[in-house]
Every structure is written in structure tokens, then in C-alpha cells.
Design a protein around this ligand. Structure first.
Ligand SMILES: Cc1ncc(COP(=O)(O)O)c(C=O)c1O
Length: 402
């Protein structure tokens, strides 16, 4: 049996690869708090279900490869609401933001081409890059500086003749940073100067906990033909299973390439597009405000809980619903397995994602974990308390550096 080198180079998701250990803990009757996965527990707005219940047709047919017009109109209208001038023609509906990301990398990269990505980064960026035989060149960031970008000259020094784009998650999964308007302008300026694109993954745009500072890459007027917007309703409207996202740019040449890929996979699900169109049409603004309030409260609970853990190196996440934390342990993977197998408080234990999957080099981030705060307050408090006591009891705990 032969499998391609490129498929064998892919790794199992760090978010999911320890799930068999969680399943074994559950089989022993333990309750496991999942801080490993970004599956929100927030209720999907009713409009989605109403539209789907109303839907009737004689034949479930292929839909336009670019996506149905009412959805693209609703999305364009959404962007225009905050000053991003997308028209329905600029938008290509995809199977989640994930497909949009894979399209972007395939359109930009030949084997050996480079993408500049602030590290740590969303683990699937490795998946899409490796499949294209391209390479992520990390822009190093760290908790101590809130995961913000290094100075412009450092970022610029990483650009080579093989660089094709900057690629940012903004707000960021896994670090929780969102970039300042100065950083947004800096990347766009460098992209223009060196003839690069910016892949702006803004799937968490509404999850920002500092009023007034967030700027979309789509708002940079003189970079409209270089900003490849990646977006998704998965987290925005808590419809991860609907699998609706899109790629958008004001650049006809780029869009002609996107169309080839859209036509290659024919169509996205009709009923899901109808459901999501209704979400945009009928969900009151107060829904997103309420969800934001809930996550801000969870963020505060998380940060308080992490600060109570001796030796944890973390920063206050400002957006999305994740953070990367360094702990005084020999290996986060060993620790998580140990916690699932050997540690509980009253039959309850916690799971997080090992940090190294969020780096280009799997030997980095070995003492880090990515933590998602998608649980309700009481559960999050219990999960963090378990984590604190588990770290204190863990045989591979290291001495805390002064
Ligand atoms: C940063 C980031 N981008 C893109 C995605 C893809 O989401 P989806 O394919 O559900 O739209 C995710 C999902 O977790 C994500 O965290």
C-alpha cells in the first residue's frame, strides 16, 4: 500500500489526539472537563432552525459554485456595516472557513513557498501548508509580550524571495491576541512593499473584549486587493456543524483562481446556506453582544484561575476564546495523559490541548497548553481548580524559575 509523502507528513490534530485517553477516563465513570476544543456551548439563534424547518423542495440540487446570492448579499451587507466594501461578487462561500484556508494556500503557494505566520498558530495551518508542500516560517511571539508582533524590521527580515503571504488569525486562536491598528497597517504596508498577500482569518471577529480597538484587515483601504479575508459563521453564530464560511477579496485575478476551486468541488450545501442567510437577516445585534458578554466573563474567570496556578506563564487574552499557557512541567502531553489517567477531584478531571501542535516545529511549546474557555462559569472554575491541583501533584513538575 502506498500513501503520498504529503499525507504522511500531516499530524493528527493536537486538539483531538488525546481524546482516547479522555474516553477511557469517561469509561471509568469520570467526568472530563474539555478545555481542549473550541466547541461553544452557546445556543444557535432560532432563525437558523426556522429557515430549515420552512425549507421544501422537490430535488436537492447543486447550488451555484460561488454560493447562493441571498447569502452573499447578506454577507456583503454585514461587512459594509463596519466599513469593509465587499460586494456579493467578491464573496465565495466555502465549506467552513477551513476550506477557505485551504483554497488560499493552494492559490498562493508552489512547493517550497513560504508563509509568514505569528507563532504559536492554529494547528490546521500546518495541515493546509504541508498539503501544498509549502512551508510556514514562524514570526515568533510570546506570552510575556501578550503575543504581539515583533518590531517591523524583525518581521521584514523574515521575508525571502519565496514568501507569498502573511497569515494571521485575528483575534487569534490559540493565543487570544488581536493585533493593534498599527500592527494591521504594518503587515499591509510590508505586503505592498514586497508584493505579498495578507491572509486575514477573522473567524473570531466579534470575540473581542476591549472596546474600540479592533480593526479588520478589510478596513485598510489601500490594501483591498491584497487582503484575502477568511471568515466563518461557526463560532459567530454557534453553528460549527453547518460548515459555512467564505473567502473574499476585492481582486478579480485572485477571484478567478478561487472560482476554479469552487467549481472543482461543485457546490456547498443548499439548506445550510439558507439557514445561515436567515441568521444574517434575523439575528438581533443583541445576540452577539450577549455572547460577547458571556465570553468576557469566562475570560475573566479563566485568567483569575490561571494566575492562581504557581509558575503558570500567561497573559490576559483579549479576544477569541483561547489562550496558550506555559506550566512548570516536563511535557504537557505527558501531563495531560497523566491527569486523565491518574488525577481527579471527586471523580472529575480536566483535559487541555498539548502546546507543540501549535508550532511549526513539534519540539517547541512542549511545556505549553492551549486552553479553550468554552464552558459555563461553574464548570470552568471546577476545571481550573482541578488543573491547579493536578499540576501541584504531577510527578514531572519542575522547579519554578525565579
Ligand atoms: C482560527 C480558525 N480559523 C478557521 C477555523 C475554521 O472554522 P470552520 O471551518 O468551522 O469555519 C477555526 C476553527 O476552529 C479557527 O479556529
Amino acid at each position: 500500500m502506498h500513501f503520498s509523502d504529503r499525507i504522511q507528513a500531516l499530524k493528527i490534530s493536537p486538539i483531538r489526539r488525546l481524546i482516547p485517553y479522555a474516553d477511557a477516563a469517561k469509561a471509568q465513570g469520570k467526568k472530563v472537563y474539555h478545555l481542549n476544543i473550541g466547541q461553544p456551548d452557546i445556543k444557535t439563534p432560532q432563525g437558523y432552525f426556522d429557515a430549515i424547518h420552512k425549507f421544501t423542495t422537490d430535488t436537492i440540487a447543486y447550488q451555484p459554485s460561488q454560493g447562493i446570492l441571498p447569502l452573499r448579499e447578506a454577507i456583503a451587507n454585514y461587512y459594509q456595516g463596519f466599513g469593509v466594501p465587499f460586494e456579493p461578487d467578491d464573496i465565495y462561500v466555502t465549506c467552513g472557513g477551513s476550506e477557505a484556508l485551504s483554497f488560499a494556500v493552494n492559490i498562493l503557494c508552489d512547493p517550497g513557498d513560504e508563509l509568514l505566520v505569528p507563532e504559536p498558530f492554529y494547528a490546521n495551518y500546518n495541515t493546509f501548508t504541508r498539503l501544498s508542500l509549502a512551508k510556514i516560517v514562524p514570526i515568533p511571539t510570546k506570552a510575556e509580550t501578550g503575543f504581539h508582533l515583533p518590531p517591523e524590521e524583525v518581521v521584514e527580515s523574515l521575508i525571502t524571495p519565496r514568501t507569498r503571504a502573511f497569515w494571521v488569525s485575528h483575534p487569534c486562536n490559540p493565543t487570544g491576541v488581536f493585533y493593534t491598528p498599527d500592527e494591521v497597517h504594518m503587515l499591509c504596508r510590508l505586503a505592498k512593499k514586497h508584493d505579498l498577500f495578507v491572509i486575514a482569518d477573522e473567524a473570531y471577529r466579534e470575540f473581542v473584549y476591549e472596546a474600540g480597538e479592533y480593526m479588520s484587515f478589510g478596513q485598510v483601504e489601500d490594501a483591498h486587493d491584497r487582503v484575502i479575508m477568511i471568515d466563518s459563521v461557526s463560532k459567530r453564530y454557534s453553528v460549527c456543524g453547518a460548515r459555512i464560511g467564505w473567502i473574499a477579496i476585492k481582486n478579480k485575478e485572485f477571484n478567478a483562481q478561487v472560482m476554479k476551486l469552487c467549481q472543482g468541488r461543485l457546490s456547498v450545501s443548499e439548506i445550510e446556506q439558507i439557514g445561515v442567510t436567515e441568521l444574517y437577516r434575523t439575528t438581533p445585534k443583541s445576540y452577539l453582544q450577549e455572547v460577547n458578554k458571556e465570553y468576557k466573563m469566562r475570560r475573566d474567570v479563566l485568567y483569575k484561575g490561571l494566575k492562581a496556578i504557581d509558575g503558570a506563564v500567561c497573559h490576559e487574552p483579549k479576544g477569541a476564546f483561547y489562550t496558550m499557557v506555559k506550566f512548570p512541567i516536563d511535557s504537557s502531553e505527558k501531563f495531560i495523559i497523566w491527569m486523565l489517567q491518574n488525577f481527579d477531584i471527586n471523580g472529575e478531571t480536566t483535559m487541555a490541548a498539548p502546546g507543540n501542535g501549535f508550532y511549526a516545529d513539534p519540539n517547541k511549546g512542549l511545556d505549553e497548553m492551549r486552553i479553550a474557555y468554552v464552558l459555563k462559569k461553574e464548570d470552568l472554575e471546577k476545571a481550573l481548580n482541578i488543573l491547579k491541583h493536578a499540576i501541584e501533584a504531577y510527578p514531572g513538575r519542575l522547579a519554578i524559575k525565579a
